[in-house]
Design a protein around this ligand. Structure first.
Ligand SMILES: [Zn+2]
Length: 249
C-alpha cells in the first residue's frame, strides 16, 4: 500500500483485524505498508481503515476493498503414514513445536529490514500450488499455504530479502526449516532443507545462502516449500515476488 500524505507525522492502518504498519518512504510524502489477504479470508467487502496523523489534524483515508474468490485447485497426495497418523511421541513433539513457532511469530522487528523487491529463493519457477486444498493419504485435509519450487536435493536456497533468521532447526512436518523475520510482522519460511547453513539470530541479506533444498519432513519428494506470513496471515508468495519494491526503500 502506498499512501500520499504530505505533512503527516504518522500513518496508521487497520484491515481484516490486523494492524497495517506504515513507514515513510524515500519520498517523504509517501508512506508504504506491506499487507495482504490470508488464504482463508472470507469473500466479500472489507473496510481498510487508514488515518494520516498531521501536525494539527487527522485525515481519514479509509476505503472499502472487495475480497474476491480465488480459484484454488484440489489435489491428493500420499506421504509416509507417520505424517497422517503421528505416534503419541510424535504428537508430543508436534505440540512442542507449535509452541516454538508461536514464540517465533509473537515478535517481529519494529522496522522494515527488507530493501527493494523480494527475490525468488531458487532459480526455478514456482508451481501454481498456493491455496490448493490437499488430501493426504485420503484422510487428512489441509490447505497449502505456500508455493512449491522444483529443486533437486542439494540446490542452494537463498534469502529473498534482508532480515534476521529467527528459526533454523528441524521440525516434524516442515523438516529442516528456516524462518526469516523481515520486520513489521513479515516472515518468509523455507522448508524441507537437506542442510541448514544459517543459525538463529543471524542477519542475512538478499541472496545469502540459507541452506540446501531436500526432502525432509512431510513431502512426497525433494522440493522447496516457500511461504510468506504477515501478522498470522499466509499470503501468496508469487504475489510478493511480483511486487516492485525497488523505490519503496
Ligand atoms: Zn509445499
Amino acid at each position: 500500500m502506498r499512501v500520499r500524505a504530505p505533512g503527516a507525522k504518522a500513518v496508521e492502518g487497520k484491515w481484516l483485524g490486523r494492524d497495517v504498519e506504515f513507514f515513510r518512504s524515500a519520498d517523504r510524502d509517501v508512506w508504504i505498508a506491506l499487507a495482504g489477504v490470508d488464504v482463508e479470508a472470507a469473500v466479500g467487502p472489507s473496510e481498510l481503515h487508514i488515518t494520516a496523523h498531521g501536525e494539527t489534524r487527522d485525515t481519514d483515508l479509509s476505503r472499502r476493498i472487495e475480497i474476491r474468490a480465488a480459484h484454488y485447485r484440489t489435489g491428493a497426495l500420499t506421504v509416509a503414514p507417520k505424517f497422517v497418523q503421528p505416534s503419541p511421541e510424535a504428537l508430543a513433539q508436534i505440540k512442542a513445536e507449535v509452541k516454538i513457532k508461536e514464540e517465533v511469530f509473537a515478535s517481529s522487528q519494529e522496522k522494515p529490514l527488507w530493501r527493494g523487491s523480494f527475490h525468488a529463493p531458487v532459480a526455478s519457477a514456482p508451481t501454481d500450488s498456493f491455496g490448493t486444498r490437499r488430501m493426504f493419504n485420503g484422510k487428512l485435509a489441509s490447505i497449502h499455504k505456500g508455493a512449491d519450487f522444483r529443486a533437486a536435493s542439494g540446490t542452494p536456497v537463498h534469502a529473498s530479502n534482508s532480515g534476521v533468521v529467527v528459526l533454523a532447526r528441524p521440525l516434524y512436518y516442515e523438516g529442516n526449516c528456516v524462518i526469516v523475520d523481515h520486520g513489521m510482522g513479515l516472515f518468509t519460511l523455507s522448508m524441507h532443507f537437506s542442510r541448514i547453513d544459517v543459525h538463529e539470530g543471524q542477519h542475512v541479506k538478499a541472496g545469502d545462502r540459507l541452506g540446501l533444498s531436500g526432502a525432509t519432513g512431510r513431502v512426497t519428494g525433494p522440493h522447496l516449500h516457500w511461504a510468506v506470513r504477515w501478522q498470522g496471515a499466509y499470503l501468496d508468495p508469487v504475489k510478493l515476488l511480483r511486487l516492485d519494491l525497488n523505490t519503496a526503500r
